[in-house]
Design a protein around this ligand. Structure first.
Ligand code: T4K
Length: 390
């Protein structure tokens, strides 16, 4: 086991950190290189690199089959996929989202002149609280975007009730939730549409990439048009659009990574269980749990630092960073505190007490297939020594 110092020791002794190379949250999982290189070679032979090529089409049908949905519309990244889904659903005015999410959820609305209205979360799940959503509805509200944070399902049924009561749309940002389920059903088939991210840092990646999945034929058709400038034929555009296309080399990466995805999940689960065991019974420290009766991708190992912990979240992050362990404060300070939205809603925090509390106590720890064998013990030792409980 590596020798662990406190940040104070480091400052005094100038000792080197526990790891010479940083340990990252979101270090990419890279599947079988042989499969990827074979597919990339075939792509070069075909001289077909983008624009709905055969690899993208195969990738889309494999994702749709895995999730049990009718349509997968692959895109260049999750943010553009969100924007296209939002536009295809005809959302306007105000849309309710959590503030406790990655900034892309808010930006995808704001970028299109739609106001993101932030509703508070349930501190037990970190997901939207349906009653808080209900409180934020106004005559301008056209929809709700639930986020399955950490891959744990948002309260789909309760949000659908709220949406139906008000005749507004419901879709999901499922960027974290590829490979996860709710009541045995794959995430991907809920609401009018769900948006996936296949960014390099996600448990399953296509370098950059994303997709909208849906059972709605007309919606899928509209999104296929929108991601390719509205073209239906040479010289014929029938819809406003943008360039949201996934390229062939990204689909090749996705097809290669799909082959090892179940192994990736198994590794993530082992890491998650080892972290849970390492922090079990320690005052004020809890690894957020995944429901073992569901499918989970176990990608995010989320440590909550409660009031009973002798040191605060920020001190823990600083101690880990001093050891070159780049733990993250996702999604602090909440979208509502980021400049574009703080300027729009300077007093939003008054409506978001749980968001502010949770955002101040969460630290996401490194995991994934590249995690060194000793890392979980080292990380636990840094934290427990800092807390004076080791
Ligand atoms: N909705 C939600 C709920 C999301 O979480 C996201 C993305 C989206 C929508 C939008 O989907 P995309 O448009 O991105 O497909 C990272 C990712 O860039 C972002 O995709 C992700 N969420 C978010 C949770 O994490 P940052 O700002 O933390 O990225 P960055 O550059 O700090 O990288 C994270 C860590 O990964 C670093 O420690 C470095 C390491 N890393 C990164 C890359 C790209 C590597 O080791 N290798 C790499 O190739 O946002």
């Amino acid at each position: 086991m590596k020798s662990i110092r406190t940040t104070a020791d480091l400052a005094i002794n100038g000792a080197p950190p526990a790891y010479a190379e940083p340990l990252h949250v979101g270090r990419p999982n890279i599947g079988d290189r042989g499969t990827f290189l074979r597919l990339a070679g075939e792509m070069f032979d075909r001289h077909w690199l983008s624009n709905n090529g055969p690899l993208v089409r195969e990738f889309e049908s494999r994702i749709a089959a895995r999730l049990g949905v009718k349509h997968c519309v692959a895109m260049c990244n999750g943010t553009i996929a969100l924007e296209i889904a939002i536009r295809a659903l005809g959302l306007t005015g105000e849309v309710i989202i959590p503030s406790y999410t990655f900034i892309a959820t808010a930006h995808a609305l704001h970028w299109q002149g739609i106001t993101p209205v932030f509703a508070d979360i349930d501190p037990a799940t970190h997901n939207l609280d349906p009653e808080a959503v209900r409180r934020m509805i106004t005559p301008r509200t056209s929809g709700i975007i639930g986020v399955h944070l950490w891959g744990r399902a948002a309260p789909v049924d309760a949000l659908q009730v709220v949406a139906d009561e008000h005749g507004i749309q419901l879709m999901f940002d499922a960027a974290h939730a590829f490979g996860c389920s709710l009541q045995g059903r794959s995430i991907g088939g809920f609401g009018r549409a769900e948006v996936l991210s296949f960014h390099a840092t996600k448990c399953f990646n296509t370098f950059e990439g994303g997709a909208v999945v849906t059972d709605d034929d007309a919606l899928a058709e509209a999104m296929r048009l929108m991601r390719n400038f509205g073209f239906v034929d040479f010289d014929k555009v029938i819809h406003p659009g943008t360039n949201g296309k996934m390229v062939e080399v990204c689909a090749a990466m996705g097809l290669a990574n799909l082959e090892s995805f179940d192994e990736t999940i198994a590794t993530n689960r082992r890491n998650y269980l080892a972290y849970r065991a390492a922090f079990a019974g320690l005052p004020g420290l809890a690894v957020v749990s995944y429901d073992e009766s569901e499918q989970n991708n176990y990608h995010y190992v989320v440590l909550e630092v409660g009031d009973e912990c002798p040191v605060g979240r920020d001190a823990i992050v600083a101690a880990l960073h001093a050891e070159n362990i780049l733990a993250r404060k996702y999604f602090w300070p909440g979208c509502h505190q980021m400049k574009p939205y703080r300027d729009l809603f300077p007093h939003a925090g008054m409506m978001l007490p749980e968001t502010q509390r949770v955002a101040g106590r969460v630290v996401v720890l490194p995991s994934g297939t590249t995690l060194p064998g000793d890392a979980i013990n080292v990380i636990a030792a840094v934290i427990t020594r800092l807390c004076g409980i080791a």
